[in-house]
Design a protein. Structure first.
Lengths: 119, 115
């Protein structure tokens, strides 16, 4: 069974601080994808990144960066120079390989980390 | 850019009533999903749907729930007799295929409140 753990329930930082959100996953599959979603107070889910299990290269997109380490089953997300607009709940999610019989690739979400960025 | 839409944005109902939540997936997508998020908790998979059949469902998706694609565009989630614990945000998602490299596109959600 697949599982995603986000041990940090809530993080508070002051604007311009760097912050790292942790994500640890469990899966028996060798082929899988990892995702990060942002959920602002308005409630929608905003897709941030998708990473496949064969690509361990770190990725940077503006102030966002992701560190994928298969050896520790972790996919951590860092926001550099945080801003108030980054305040949201951030979810890490896992999708395992294509299911036999035509089943779709369901996402398993972690419990989320509430990030509060204050002035 | 194409997007998944959901109606209504907020539904209030009395316990025991039937509700239908509606979703319009992206037009060329083939796989459709419903997820649920109880307030303050994680997003949970309910059901996936392909070729007019349920592909997979979770333990949450009991006999009170059903899904349907009544026409070529809408994808609905029906709760037959709502309970207080059905109060949650319901997200619809669609993807071009069931392949895991295809991203699921989420709708904005319907907040269901059961009184």
């Amino acid at each position: 069974a697949q599982k995603v753990t986000q041990a940090q329930t809530e993080i508070s930082v002051v604007e311009k601080e760097d912050v790292t959100l942790d994500c640890v996953y469990e899966t028996r599959d060798t082929t899988y994808y990892l995702f990060w979603y942002k959920q602002p107070p308005s409630g929608e889910l905003v897709f941030l990144i998708r990473r496949n299990s064969f690509d361990e290269q770190n990725e940077i997109s503006g102030r966002y960066s992701w560190n994928f380490q298969k050896s520790t089953s972790s996919f951590n997300f860092t926001i550099t120079a945080s801003q108030v607009v980054d305040s949201a709940v951030y979810f890490c999610a896992l999708s395992e390989a294509f299911v036999q019989g035509g089943g779709g690739n369901k996402l398993t979400f972690g419990t989320g980390t509430q990030l509060k960025v204050e002035l | 850019e194409p997007e998944v839409t959901q109606t209504p944005s907020h539904q209030v109902t009395q316990m025991g009533q039937e509700v239908i939540l509606r979703c319009v997936p992206i037009s060329n997508h083939l796989y459709f999903y419903w997820y649920r998020q109880i307030l303050g908790q994680k997003v949970e998979f309910l059901v996936s749907f392909y070729n007019n059949e349920i592909s997979e469902k979770s333990e949450i998706f009991d006999d009170q729930f059903s899904v349907e694609r009544p026409d070529g565009s809408n994808f609905t989630l029906k709760i037959r007799s709502t309970k207080l614990e059905d109060s949650a945000m319901y997200f619809c998602a669609s993807s071009p295929s069931g392949r895991i490299f295809h991203e699921q596109f989420f709708g904005p959600g319907t907040r269901l409140t059961v009184l």
